[in-house]
Design a binder for this molecule. Sequence first.
Ligand code: TXA
Ligand code: MG
Length: 362
Amino acid sequence: MNTQIMKLPQAGAAAYEQAADILKKGGLVAFPTETVYGLGGNALDPEASKRIYAAKGRPSDNPLIVHVADVEAVELLAEEVSERAKRLMEAFWPGPLTVILKAGPVVPRETTGGLSTVALRMPDHPVALELIRAAGLPIAAPSANTSGRPSPTRAEHVAEDLDGRIDMILDGGDVGIGVESTIVDLTGEAPVILRPGYITRSMLEAVLGEVMIDPAIVRINEGQLMKSDEPPKAPGMKYRHYAPKAPLTLVQGTDAAVVEKLKDLAADARAQGLRVGVICSDEAQLEPYADVVYHVGNRASRLELAQNIYDILRRCDADRLDVIYADDFGLEHDTELGYAVQNRLMKAAGGRIIREDGDHAG
Ligand code: TXA
Ligand code: MG
């Protein structure tokens, strides 16, 4: 299959018409959202959902998020729209928040991975919204990466994974946030965060009152990997995610202690003949110690960290490293956007963490 790449805004209205046409015929179009690029198909067409799973190489029990361009569409897709759901949509849509509700009968089980619930979100990106409106359909869209690879934050990442496997890529430039939407399950007694993102627990609690965080996420952020015998609430949580090919170890501790430890680790690994990558802040000067140094941004800027992390994890693969060491950027104490980044970094590290207390005499 030939994948057409349309650059926006240059390609103009014709790009949306063509893309909408593809979606109406059951084809696949990747498009930017404010979080990451999505791989879109008609959410109401079971065949389109199957194609999404096939293109990504994704297990078909891992449900897709359905993207809408207005709140009215939710009435059609959900069996019932609770007061809580309405308040969240009012407060955060369009925006990086996905709500889980009981699915209405129009939503095929192929889209929900066999579940009776459906994930819904209205993205805050002009290209995404225009595409949904042009198609006149709800769009099922997982992140537009091959299953198991970091989510794409620019059109080139999508092409890297999916060129030749989908009909079209709408290139809307780099995304603004860089980590996927916050997912909140509203089908139970209390609202539960199933995936941390830009919309944080405190932002949700300001609207809803108490919000829980799924215990599996809490454990991941504390550095304990998920127990394999436990059924995950968001099926996506059980799959290996975001892990670069080379083993990545996270180093936690005070700024100065972490930088010193990164130097030691990198130098030791190099002495063993390994090709070493280090992920650190712009401030850290680690070039003399590693083969490749990835500067993620200012140590205090959580948004820069979020925007760059997936791109860097992808570059780690392209740079053919043997081993990777990463600063934890003090994220272990962060309850806001940093909490979401920590979640992704911990998964990338797969449990490899070193705690550096910084009390060594030097
Ligand atoms: O920011 C985002 O949400 C991006 C952009 C493209 O919108 N999309 C995205 O989709 O990250 P995906 O498929 O990569 O991740 C969706 C996650 C998966 O972990 C999936 O298991 C979970 O949402 N999910 C979807 N439907 C669900 C449901 N009914 N119940 C629980 N979890 C669900
Ligand atoms: Mg994904």
